[in-house]
Design a protein around this ligand. Sequence first.
Ligand SMILES: [Zn+2]
Length: 149
Amino acid sequence: MAPKHHPTPLSGGDRKALKKELGKARAMTTILATQSVEARAKGDALIRQADRLLCHSWNKRMWADGEPIDPSPTVDQAINGGYPWLQIECSRCKTARDVDLIALTHPPTTFVHDLASRLRCSKCAKAGRRPPATLLQLAQRASRGAPET
Ligand SMILES: [Zn+2]
């Protein structure tokens, strides 16, 4: 694309003023773009902090009372907040397991508490039972051996 053409003013003073304004505008392009990148990074960091706090809050409720599980962070908020693991146990046989939230196929609007009815115990499934999972807490890393998904 051809560069934008600014008609050359007749007077020398105006030509000088135009040149100055063009220089300023070009310099501002870079400055403003840099500021935008910085503001976005700050915003991302704040959102990450908010997500982390939400996970921490939910964990405290789960530890203290174990309920209500709703409201809970979304799966994406948990991952963004640095809590990509969900520790659960089977409500029937008490088998504990770590769920890798990153590996989980989910729409971005799925809440952690939605998983209670979806995550099934494979031991109980073999016995023909489908008990819901008890949600224990969100975790920053896997606590147990090989995780199931
Ligand atoms: Zn079970």
